[in-house]
Design a binder for this molecule. Structure first.
Ligand code: BT5
Length: 264
């Protein structure tokens, strides 16, 4: 078992901002927590925090991100875009596109699932957890946390994840061979810079369009759980804020800020 080599990642990077500063740890509670602390103390735009394992890896809504050592990628990126706080969630979409692209270069059957998952053959290979600090509606910084299952085998997933292993996969499982973690990380950092720049320079609509192209549920029947409710309908897309649009049976459209989508 080896920890991630920061120097090997840096050697492979061709980016201008993202990954210029990399903080690497053997074990942390959560890379997002470390990133918050560093961002509060002025860590520059594009700084990256990587850990070999997390003891309190976080998902959304107090859920857990299973983070065993030596096999996967757990990374948080500090962004400091000059945007309104309401636009910060779009960075989740930016990250999902970047992850999907980095994986798609290796596995064809890769899709995004609203709001923050990347799937291979319908199983979750990656998740994104975005948080921010803002003052007077302007973003101070956004933390984009990314977990990607790289080298977990099926046996390892069963052991580490229990039931969750049924809905999870890893790049290794899809490809049938081990992944060079540093190489994948450098590729992903490259994609993150590309899509972050697209967001800043071309704008929201470009990100929304690119995200929708990679979303597997468009025009499909879905069940959505949110705010203790459940609705069924057709997944019609996302709006300019990244909210999910579901056309219900009575023809009305529901906009959903946060929730879980199940394909029917
Ligand atoms: C997410 O939440 O998918 C966001 C995951 C973000 C993880 C990264 S790792 C680096 C950074 N630091 C952190 O502390 N977090 C971020 P959510 O959509 O709520 O999905 C969580 C659910 O996914 C769990 O309830 C499980 O069902 C499932 N799950 C947990 N660990 C998994 C894993 N390693 N692979 C696939 N599915 C997993």
């Amino acid at each position: 078992m080896e920890t991630m080599g920061t120097e090997s990642i840096k050697k492979l990077l061709k980016t201008e901002t993202v990954g210029k500063t990399i903080y690497s740890f053997e074990e942390v509670g959560s890379t997002n927590e470390v990133a918050y602390e560093l961002a509060r103390h002025g860590a520059p735009e594009g700084s990256i925090i990587i850990a070999d394992s997390q003891t309190r890896g976080k998902g959304r809504l107090q859920r857990r991100w299973i983070s065993p050592p030596g096999v996967n990628l757990y990374m948080s990126v500090i962004f400091r875009p000059r945007i309104a706080a309401k636009d910060a969630p779009l960075l989740t979409l930016v990250a999902s596109i970047a992850i999907a692209q980095a994986i798609k270069n290796k596995v064809d059957d890769t899709q995004i699932k609203w709001p923050n998952d990347v799937l291979i053959q319908g199983k979750k290979v990656a998740g994104v957890l975005t948080g921010m600090q803002a003052s007077q509606d302007k973003v101070d910084f956004v933390i984009v946390g990314i977990g990607v299952n790289l080298n977990m085998t099926r046996e390892m997933m069963q052991k580490e994840m229990g039931e969750v292993s049924e809905i999870a996969t890893s790049l290794r499982e899809a490809l049938g061979h081990e992944i060079e973690r540093e190489k994948f990380t450098a590729d992903l950092i490259g994609e993150l810079e590309v899509w972050y720049q697209e967001f800043l320079q071309v704008g929201k609509s470009r990100i929304i369009n690119e995200w929708m192209k990679r979303w597997g549920a468009i025009d499909r029947r879905v069940l959505v759980r949110f705010d203790g409710r459940e609705i069924e309908g057709i997944a019609s897309g996302i709006d300019e804020n990244g909210y999910l649009l579901v056309k219900k049976n009575d023809g009305t459209m529901e906009r959903i800020i946060a929730g879980d989508v199940i394909l029917l």
